[in-house]
Design a protein around this ligand. Structure first.
Ligand SMILES: [Zn+2]
Length: 121
């Protein structure tokens, strides 16, 4: 995995994060403040984010989970763990990361997880 690729993914993650926050800002005034305060960057205060989210309805849960996944991926870039499967440690193929920049497990582990969830039901 090249430095360029990781930079590309970092941009993609930031763009995706901004898109979610923009969308939420249109639905909620707390988010509008958050976005207009231009705090949207790598080091965004997650407490502020959580506070804003706590006031949003349930419909935002999906967006919230996605945002958490994006933050998680960004911190993995900082820790130089980005692109490696969280479960088995293998490199995640670039085409998977291009499709889902915030993926933290490889396809194999993801499928295993889904099987597990299914079995537990
Ligand atoms: Zn894996």
């Amino acid at each position: 995995m090249t430095r360029e690729f990781i930079d590309e993914m970092k941009e993609a993650l930031k763009a995706e994060k901004n898109a979610i926050l923009d969308k939420l800002a249109r639905q909620d005034s707390d988010f509008k403040d958050l976005v207009s305060a231009k705090t949207i960057n790598d080091s965004i205060d997650s407490v502020t984010e959580e506070l804003a989210f706590s006031k949003i309805q349930f419909t935002a849960v999906h967006d919230y989970n996605k945002l958490q996944a994006i933050n998680n991926a960004i911190s993995r870039i900082h820790n130089k763990q980005y692109g490696y499967c969280f479960q088995c440690g293998k490199e995640i193929p670039e085409n998977r990361l291009r499709a889902i920049p915030y993926a933290v497990v490889c396809v194999e582990c993801k499928n295993n997880q889904e099987k597990e969830t299914f079995r537990r039901r």
